[in-house]
Design a protein around this ligand. Structure first.
Ligand code: ADP
Ligand code: MG
Length: 257
């Protein structure tokens, strides 16, 4: 498979009033087309920093990122970004929210609109298109946020703790939904999370980061005996617990008192 994302010797140092904060150091990995990579690390280690750099929103202080062979230099339509908060606008209907990307890019053609309506239909939101975000459940809002991201047809999806704001049961259901949409739409995905189980449940590969400054501690190829790989099925596979325990030890999460 062709590598679609290449991260090379990436580093980020923030300048703050209290001096320099070394957030990310010497990160090196690549992601193949269609692959799902999870990046797991303790809170505050530099995960969001890493993803912001891949999205082009944040300029690294060292190293480089290439997407489809071209060095990242600002945001691009190849990359869609989904955050923990769904960032839907409460005063716009679901339809107006999911069409926002096309609207601001001046690409509201009949074909593009049709594409978005089809996404709403396929993923069970079409009949809610005239409702406002406040009238939808957390899971439906997150699905709407994903459709808004997909509307401009990115090849790569970046998910930053995209499920962390939801309660546990909803999170399992939404993870199931979002994973199946990403696979059906043939997207390449990078998920960052502090949740070990979530990271394994969706990934072809899990990259484990250390405490700040984030450097890569290890990379795990995830092979699970599931007939039909879904996050829930992954959690039930016999190998799941083995990966979980290994990553748990590597993360070295201490409860301090
Ligand atoms: P994570 O997403 O893993 O929780 P972040 O990437 O958000 O971690 O942050 C990594 C470190 O960088 C933290 O110590 C955070 O306080 C610091 N940091 C993040 N953004 C900035 C910024 N704009 N200026 C200064 N420090 C920052
Ligand atoms: Mg973060």
């Amino acid at each position: 498979m062709r590598n679609i994302v290449e991260v090379h010797k990436l580093g980020m140092k923030y300048q703050s009033l209290n001096g320099e904060i070394n957030a990310v150091e010497n990160i090196e990995f690549s992601v193949a087309e269609g692959e799902f990579v999870s990046i797991v690390g303790p809170s505050g280690c530099g995960k969001s920093t890493l993803l912001s750099m891949i999205s082009g929103l944040l300029v690294p202080t060292s190293g480089e990122i290439r997407i489809n062979g071209r060095t990242v230099n600002g945001t691009s339509e190849e990359v869609g970004y989904m955050l923990q908060k769904d960032h839907l606008f409460d005063w716009r209907t679901i339809k107006e929210n999911v069409l926002l990307g096309l609207e601001i890019r001046n690409r509201m053609t009949p074909e593009n609109k049709e594409y978005v309506y089809n996404l709403l239909k396929t993923y069970g939101l079409y009949e809610f298109k005239d409702k406002y975000p406040g009238q939808l459940s957390g899971g439906m809002r997150q699905r709407a946020a994903l459709i808004r991201t997909l509307a401009v047809k990115p090849e790569i999806l970046l998910l930053d703790e995209a499920f962390s704001a939801l309660d546990y049961q909803t999170r399992l259901a939404v993870t199931e939904d979002i994973y199946s949409i990403i696979k059906k739409e043939n997207k390449t995905a990078i998920l960052v999370t502090h949740d070990i189980a979530e990271s394994i449940s969706m990934a072809d590969r899990v990259i484990v980061l250390t405490k700040r400054p984030a450097v890569i501690k290890s990379i795990h190829e995830i092979r699970l005996s599931c007939e039909n790989r879904t996050p829930l099925c992954s959690r039930e596979a016999p190998e799941f617990r083995i990966y979980f325990n290994e990553i748990w030890k590597e993360l070295d999460v201490h409860v301090e008192n």
